[in-house]
Design a protein around this ligand. Structure first.
Ligand code: LLP
Length: 388
């Protein structure tokens, strides 16, 4: 259904709102699961941070996916929407004691540990609760993902993970502690990565690290390579589903797993981005001195990616006739009193006017979840196609 919207139903709904195409979501989940299966049967944990909408979470958990959570709140949200705790991993550089206790109480699968002080706290809290926590160490592989600076995470200069040279000391420390059990290594190099070479470079780095561990006689049950697969923001109709085959095949070709070792992924954006759109109305068409502005009732409080990362979301006028030519050029902006509240500049569009419905495409990931109430604005509503 990509590109076609139930516009008659939209006409009665207050804007702005998110709209999710669950048919596309299900097809995408199936494509990713099949591609993972064809590459030796990896475990995929959906990165809840990309979109925590309960309706979507239920579809994703029913499709058999695990969850990758980064807060106690996400763990609660994942469990209450059908994800078995045994398929939940918990990442984050700053886990609070309360969040660690929540995770321990649920008996989640694994903590992705990012520092030795954090390991000590998990050990202490697990001891007090009479539990043993499974831990994986997030290793910073110093691989450049060549993506936006603000979403690159695998370089030495980032705050994430444990440096490669400290990996062995961390594993030794886990062996010494009584209430943690070392099970794996965890990596994540960044997000919106569409070139497979950084993933191949990550595999090469993991192979080197595993050679070191083999020499030390250390056994690792699972390798978690994180997420990061990008999507096509420019042409969502042409590429509604990312190339999961190429992605998983890269790991199959380059990663040397040890016998019996499990492979885990944490995909977020690639699973949910294309199924979501932000729908807004044109409030005013304003003729400036040299430009025309379409002022919408949605702003960066509803979709912050353009303002925060200079990200592009394709915008379409849903009220214009399907065959209308893009004869006008507009800056499409929001109502917020900040010059960063611009969705896109110099966008060719059909002639547009007050009341027209506009769709920002590819907004299913890091859209609704990043909305704010700045300016005392209301959070956008969200609808799933079969609910309206
Ligand atoms: N695992 C870890 C440890 C992560 O930090 C992330 C995303 C993921 C998995 C999922 O990555 P994905 O498959 O979605 O690329 N707000 C930004 C993106 C931030 C990504 C943060 N980490 C944006 O709107 O582009």
């Amino acid at each position: 259904m990509t590109g076609t919207f139930p516009i008659e139903k939209f006409k009665n709904l207050p804007t702005p709102f998110y709209f999710y195409d669950t048919h596309l979501l299900r097809t995408t989940l199936e494509a990713a699961a099949n591609a993972a299966k064809a590459c030796g049967g990896a475990h995929i944990h959906y990165a809840v941070k990309a979109n925590a909408n309960p309706g979507l979470l239920q579809i994703i958990s029913q499709a058999g996916y695990g969850a990758d959570c980064v807060s106690g709140g996400e763990i609660e949200r994942a469990v209450s929407n059908g994800f078995p705790a045994a398929k939940i991993v918990f990442a984050g550089v700053g886990k609070t004691d309360a969040e660690i206790r929540t995770a321990l109480a649920y008996d989640i699968a694994c903590f992705n540990v990012e520092s030795l002080p954090e390991l000590a706290v998990i050990d202490e809290l697990a001891g007090k609760m009479g539990k043993t926590a499974c831990v994986a160490f997030r290793i910073n592989p110093n691989v450049d993902a060549h993506t936006l600076d603000k979403i690159t995470t695998g370089l030495n200069e980032n705050k994430f993970g444990i440096a490669m040279q400290d990996m062995k000391a961390a594993i030794d420390e886990a062996a010494r502690l009584k209430h943690v059990q070392y099970v794996g290594l965890h990596f994540h190099i960044g997000s919106q990565i569409t070139d497979m070479r950084p993933f191949a470079a990550l595999c090469a780095r993991i192979n080197e690290l595993q050679d070191e561990l083999d020499k030390a006689g250390i056994r690792t049950e699972s390798i978690n390579v994180g997420g990061g697969l990008g999507i096509d923001y420019d042409a969502p109709e042409a590429h509604p589903i990312p190339d999961f085959n190429a992605y998983f095949q890269t790991f199959r070709d380059h990663l040397q797993l040890r016998p019996g070792q499990q492979l885990h992924f944490e995909l977020g954006r690639s699973l949910v981005a294309q199924c979501g759109s932000l729908i807004a109305r044109v409030l005013y068409m304003k003729q400036g001195t040299s430009k025309k502005f379409l002022i919408l009732d949605a702003g960066f409080t509803d979709l912050i990616r353009p303002a925060m990362y200079q990200a592009y979301h394709k915008v379409e006028n849903l009220s214009a006739p399907a065959d209308a030519a893009c004869t006008e050029t507009y800056d499409v902006v929001g109502p917020i009193c900040e010059s960063s509240d611009v969705f896109v500049k110099d966008m060719p569009l059909p002639p547009s006017s007050r009341g027209d419905l506009m769709a920002f495409r590819s907004a299913g990931a890091y859209g609704e979840v990043m909305a704010s109430t700045y300016n005392c604005r209301h959070l956008p509503q969200a609808y799933i196609d079969d609910e309206i």
